[in-house]
Design a protein around this ligand. Structure first.
Ligand code: HEM
Length: 512
C-alpha cells in the first residue's frame, strides 16, 4: 500500500513538474515578447526565471527582515525582490515613505490581492486591515475608529484595564513566588492585554479557562496564515491540498468557537435583562451588529463578525505584548533608566497605584515608551500596501499589482535622522534634543504604527496599554537579569511580531 501511494505521488510530482516547466517556458516567451522592456522596476538582486528571488530568500537561512536589512547597503532606498509571481518593492527611506504614504497617500492606500488562505480568514477582505481602499474599508474603519477607539470610548473601558492590571501584577507575583523570583515577561503581558481586548470585543469578562481557549483558537489561525511557497508559486498548489484542508478545518473551529459568544452578546443587546454579572455595558460587537456598510444591503453575517472580532484581538495583542518584552529588557540593561522611571512614578503618584490619567504628568515614562517604540518597533514592516493604479516613485515604475513594503527600522535607526541611533536613550526626547511626530505628517522619523491613511487605528489605545503596563510593572517590581548578572541578548526573531530571540525571563523583587 505504501509503495503504491508513493508511486502515484511520484507520477503526480512528475506531471506537476512537467507542467511547471512548460509554464516557465510559456512565461518566459510571453514576458520576453510583451512586458520586460516596458516596466522599469527598482533595482534588486538578480533572480531566476519564474521563481525570482524566492529560493535565494528561502535558502539564505535568515529571517526575511534580516535578508532585507543585509541588502540595504547595496540596493538602498527602494529595491525589488521578485517572489515567484509577486513583485515586492521595498522602501527604506524616510523621504520616499513620506512621499508615498503622506504626500501621495490615497494612491498608496490600498492592499494587494490576498493569497487563498488569507481570503478564507479575512472573509474575502472584509476587515479594516485587508480591505482595498474603497467603501467597505471606509465603513469598517470609520466604525472602528469612531465607535470603539476614540479617546472617549477608550476611557469607558478604564475599569476593564484596572482589573487586568491587578490580575497582571498578581500573576507575576505568584509566578515569581513559585520560581525563586523568575518570571516570563511576554507571556504575562500578552495575557493581560488579551483579557482587555476580549472584554472590549465581546462585552464580557471571561474566566481564565475561556481566555486560554480563545488564545489557542487565535494562535492556530495565525499559524495557518504563515505564508507558504504556493502563495508565491500557485502552480505548486496541488502539493498543498492537505494544508488547504487544514486551513478550512481551522476556520471552521474558529467560527464554531466564537459564534456562541456573538450570539450571547446579540441576545443581551436585544434584551438587556439577559445580561449576567460579567456583562460590560458596551462592546465592539455592539457597533457591528447593525453596521451599515456602504454598497451593501445587509449588516455583517456571523462569519464576518468572527473575522472582525479576530482582527480586533489579533491587531492589538502580540504587538502590545512585544513592546513590553523589549521595554523590560531595556530597563534591565539600563538600570539608571529604570531608577529614573521609578523615581518619576513615586514622585507623581506616591503610594497609590498608577492610574492611566497619571501618564500625562510623567514625561520620562512617555520618553521611555517612545524610545522603546523607536528602537524596537513590534513589526519590522508595516502591513503590505499597494497602489490603486500603476505609478512611478523615485523614477521607477510601481505596478498596480506589486506589494509595496515599508521597512520600519531603516528610518528609526537612520544616522541622518538620529544621533546615536543604536543607543537606547530616552533622554533624547526629554531634553528636547530630538523629537519625532509618530504620525509622520511633516516628516517620517519613526513609524511603529505606520503613517498616513492606513495608520494603525489602535495607536491611541495601544499607547495607553503600553504606558500603563510599563508603569505598573516598574512601580511594583525592580527588574533584573535572569540568570542574575547575565547579559541581555537583544537579537530578535520573527514570530507574528519581532520578539526577543531568547524569550525574556527576568528576576523581580517586590518594591513594597
Ligand atoms: C503597540 C501596538 C501596535 C502596533 C505597534 C501596531 C502597528 C500597526 C502597523 C504597523 C499597522 C500597519 C499600518 C499600515 O498599513 O501602514 C497597523 C495597522 C492596523 N492596526 Fe495596529 N498596532 C498596534 C496595536 C493595535 C491595536 C490595539 C489595534 C486594535 C485593537 C490595532 C488594529 C489595527 C488595524 C485594524 C490595522 C489596519 C488599519 C488599516 O488597514 O486601515 N492595532 N498596526
Amino acid at each position: 500500500m505504501a509503495s503504491f501511494d508513493s508511486m502515484s505521488s511520484y507520477h503526480h510530482l512528475f506531471f506537476t513538474l512537467l507542467a511547471f516547466l512548460i509554464s516557465c517556458l510559456i512565461f518566459l516567451l510571453a514576458s520576453g515578447i510583451t512586458k520586460s522592456k516596458r516596466v522599469n522596476l527598482p533595482p534588486g538582486p538578480p533572480g531566476w526565471p519564474v521563481v525570482g528571488n524566492l529560493f535565494q530568500v528561502a535558502r539564505s537561512g535568515k529571517p526575511f527582515f534580516k535578508y532585507v536589512e543585509d541588502l540595504l547597503p547595496k540596493y538602498g532606498p527602494i529595491f525589488t525582490l521578485k517572489m515567484g509571481n509577486r513583485t515586492m518593492i521595498i522602501l527604506s527611506d524616510s523621504k520616499l515613505m513620506h512621499e508615498a504614504l503622506i504626500q501621495r497617500g490615497s494612491l498608496f492606500a490600498t492592499r494587494p490581492r490576498e493569497n487563498p488562505t488569507r481570503n478564507i480568514f479575512s472573509a474575502n477582505k472584509f476587515t479594516v486591515n485587508a480591505a482595498v481602499h474603497g467603501p467597505v474599508w471606509r465603513s469598517l474603519r470609520r466604525n472602528m475608529v469612531q465607535n470603539m477607539l476614540s479617546s472617549s470610548r477608550i476611557k469607558e473601558f478604564r475599569e476593564v484595564r484596572n482589573r487586568a492590571m491587578d490580575t497582571l501584577i498578581n500573576r507575576i507575583k505568584s509566578e515569581a513566588k513559585a520560581n525563586d523570583g523568575a518570571v516570563w515577561v511576554l507571556k504575562n503581558s500578552r495575557f493581560a492585554v488579551f483579557c482587555i481586548l476580549l472584554a472590549m470585543c465581546f462585552g464580557i469578562d471571561m474566566d481564565v479557562e475561556t481566555v486560554e481557549k480563545m488564545d489557542q483558537t487565535m494562535k492556530s489561525v495565525l499559524i495557518t496564515l504563515d505564508p507558504r511557497i504556493d502563495d508565491y508559486l500557485p502552480i505548486l498548489s496541488p502539493f498543498f491540498s492537505k494544508q488547504r484542508k487544514r486551513a478550512l478545518q481551522v476556520r471552521q473551529q474558529q467560527v464554531e468557537f466564537i459564534v456562541p459568544f456573538i450570539e450571547k452578546r446579540r441576545k443581551m443587546v436585544q434584551n438587556p435583562k439577559l445580561s449576567d454579572k460579567t456583562a460590560i455595558s458596551f462592546s465592539y460587537l455592539d457597533t457591528l451588529f447593525d453596521l451599515k456598510v456602504d454598497g451593501r444591503k445587509t449588516g455583517p453575517s456571523n462569519v464576518e463578525l468572527v473575522t472582525l472580532c479576530s482582527e480586533f484581538l489579533n491587531g492589538g495583542t502580540d504587538t502590545t505584548a512585544t513592546a513590553l518584552e523589549w521595554g523590560i529588557a531595556q530597563l534591565i540593561a539600563n538600570p539608571d533608566v529604570q531608577t529614573k522611571l521609578f523615581d518619576e512614578i513615586q514622585k507623581t503618584v506616591g503610594e497609590r497605584k498608577v492610574d492611566e490619567s497619571d501618564v500625562d504628568k510623567m514625561p520620562y515614562l512617555q520618553a521611555v515608551v517612545k524610545e522603546l517604540l523607536r528602537k524596537h518597533p513590534p513589526t519590522y514592516f508595516s502591513l503590505t500596501h499597494a497602489v490603486t493604479e500603476s505609478t512611478t516613485l523615485a523614477g521607477y515604475d510601481i505596478p498596480a499589482d506589486a506589494n509595496v513594503e515599508f521597512f520600519l527600522p531603516a528610518v528609526a535607526e537612520d544616522p541622518k535622522l538620529w544621533s546615536n541611533p543604536e543607543k537606547f536613550d530616552p533622554d533624547r526626547f526629554v531634553s528636547g534634543r530630538e523629537d519625532a511626530d509618530i504620525t509622520g505628517v511633516k516628516e517620517v522619523k519613526m513609524m511603529p504604527f505606520g503613517v498616513g491613511r492606513r495608520i494603525c487605528p489602535g495607536l491611541g489605545m495601544a499607547t495607553v496599554h503600553v504606558h500603563l503596563m510599563m508603569a505598573r510593572m516598574v512601580q511594583e517590581f525592580e527588574w533584573t537579569a535572569y540568570p542574575p548578572n547575565s547579559d541581555i541578548d537583544f537579537t530578535g526573531k520573527l514570530e507574528f511580531t519581532v520578539v526577543m530571540n531568547k524569550t525574556l525571563r527576568a528576576m523581580i523583587k517586590s518594591r513594597v
